[in-house]
Design a protein around this ligand. Structure first.
Ligand SMILES: [Zn+2]
Length: 223
């Protein structure tokens, strides 16, 4: 079970709501995480609340038992963690790497017709970027249901341009990495100041030791 899923989602910086029982919910465990599958719920706009599709995504429909997706994305960009196990979101796919045993599904609350609220689209990009980073996937592994479903044309979701989406995800991954590097930059600057001070005071041995420490810190971070 993907019991690290909530932690992975929190790396996006988005608000995360854990739905009771998510850690043990699923049709067994995934074999591996090889795809992030993007969906929209096609729930009418008139349905009230941030994530009115929660019940059906968690519990399923009369013809398909839940969970129907591991994750939900609300209208305001809140992430709902629903299941750590296999969810029935993909159906028949072109490759094994895209199927329900290898793909994390995200069901975003959207009617499939209206323009996407910019905040929700931005949240979608950030969530997928965080998941790609956490599970070591290239942005090319973020695919729309419409791209993986067979036969071709069986699904239309999500109704935005996936090529643009993946390019947005790529940019967001670079942003996430830059954010992570910030604290180490501050630390390295402090060590450099200390080296200069040690040299100015004539403590060359100390300056050399600090230089070695700075190198070690750099290497550890790059790992
Ligand atoms: Zn779908």
């Amino acid at each position: 079970m993907l019991t690290d899923l909530a932690a992975a989602c929190r790396k996006s910086g988005l608000p995360v709501t854990e739905i009771d029982g998510w850690r043990t919910r699923g049709h067994g465990s995934l074999s591996a995480v090889e795809t992030i599958a993007c969906h929209h719920t096609a729930t009418p706009k008139s349905a009230a609340g941030d994530y009115p599709s929660l019940r059906v995504v968690r519990d399923g429909r009369s013809d398909l038992p839940g969970p129907l997706s591991q994750l939900g994305l609300g209208r305001d960009g809140t992430v709902y963690v629903i299941a750590a196990g296999v969810a029935y979101h993909a159906g028949a796919t072109f490759t094994t790497a895209q199927d329900n045993w290898h793909a994390i599904g995200i069901e975003a609350e959207h009617d499939g017709v209206s323009p996407w609220p910019p905040a929700q689209y931005a949240a979608y990009v950030r969530l997928v970027a965080a998941l790609c980073e956490h599970y070591g996937l290239a942005p090319a592994r973020a695919l729309g249901h419409k791209e993986i479903a067979t036969p071709k044309g069986r699904k239309i979701d999500p109704n935005f341009d996936m090529i643009q989406f993946r390019s947005d995800v790529t940019r967001e991954i670079a942003n996430l990495r830059a954010l992570r590097r910030k604290p180490i930059r501050r630390t390295l600057r402090k060590i450099t100041t200390a080296i200069q001070q040690a040299k100015a005071d004539g403590y060359t041995g100390l300056a050399d030791a600090l230089k070695k420490n700075r190198e070690r810190a750099r290497k550890n971070h790059a790992r």
